[in-house]
Design a binder for this molecule. Sequence first.
Ligand SMILES: Nc1ncnc2c1ncn2[C@@H]1O[C@H](COP(=O)(O)OP(=O)(O)O)[C@@H](O)[C@H]1O
Ligand SMILES: [Mg+2]
Length: 321
Amino acid sequence: MPSPLLSIHQLAVSFHSETGPINAVRGVDFDLQPGERLAIVGESGSGKSQLMNAMLGLLAGNGKGSGSAIFAGKELIGASERQLNRLRGSDIGMIFQNPMTALNPFLRIGTQLTEVLRQHRNISRRAAREAATAMLERVRIPEPGRRLRQYPHELSGGMRQRVMIAMALICAPKLVIADEPTTALDVTIQTDILQLLGELTTGQSLIFISHDLPLAAGLCDRAAVMYAGRIVELGSIDEIFRQPAHPYTRALLRATPGQPGQQQEALFTIPGQPPDPAALPTGCAFHPRCQAARKQCREQTPVLREISPGHWNDCLIDIDP
Ligand SMILES: Nc1ncnc2c1ncn2[C@@H]1O[C@H](COP(=O)(O)OP(=O)(O)O)[C@@H](O)[C@H]1O
Ligand SMILES: [Mg+2]
């Protein structure tokens, strides 16, 4: 095994609130190899974004990350703002759900693209301009010369997301993190953007965050399923779909339309609600919604176990598929 590009160990995020701590991420472990594409999936509120924010030093003021996230040999948790600034946008490219929050509304697209480059690479204004034009061509924005002179509000949602991808990739990052990059877009545009993202990140490591498991599966090699701030199952896309081991993963798949052998009208919904991270159930956080739950599920703390090479599950009971 080559050494991982990213190694996360016992990463946790807690937010301060007047009514007590909110444990949004509770001890996450995984490695990402160079060139590998990992999906992080789970319902809204499961801690996907805060996990990434902790790594990138982007937590809100009331949040605190702990544990370890080693990227290319450097510890990110507790790193200085200066160190993180140097990484963000250069070795780590980021694409978010809403391009309008990431783009500056007062600056032309061209200025924003060339600034990213000039901040991280020692190149002339002219070379940066040429690179920006080439990058817009790569994300298939027609008339790149004209687009460079425009402001974000002059572009459609899909075009803005292409600009976001261009900004994230312009410094050829080792790792690309895309957090629900198509959730705000029309379904018809979604597919194009995902395909583009897949093509343009060939050979780079990718963390693709989504609440949509099948969508993520189309782009990634492995998936980590998150529930209430923990990874409950981690495995290849094939294992997750064909041999889901955790009752939550199984429930997610049953709740997904278009799975083999499924009747459209019989679409399953997971009973109950995801837990409030300020008041988590004891034991396995999924137990109140789990049809297989037993006494130990309320009492014991789950730990991810490797059930076959590379396939991890933290369910406390062994269930036959
Ligand atoms: N600044 C904050 N203060 C308190 N709680 C927060 C804060 N930011 C996020 N949270 C909580 O952390 C949990 C995980 O959020 P998040 O990682 O954004 O979920 P998602 O999986 O949808 O990306 C949520 O319950 C959210 O309400
Ligand atoms: Mg999120």
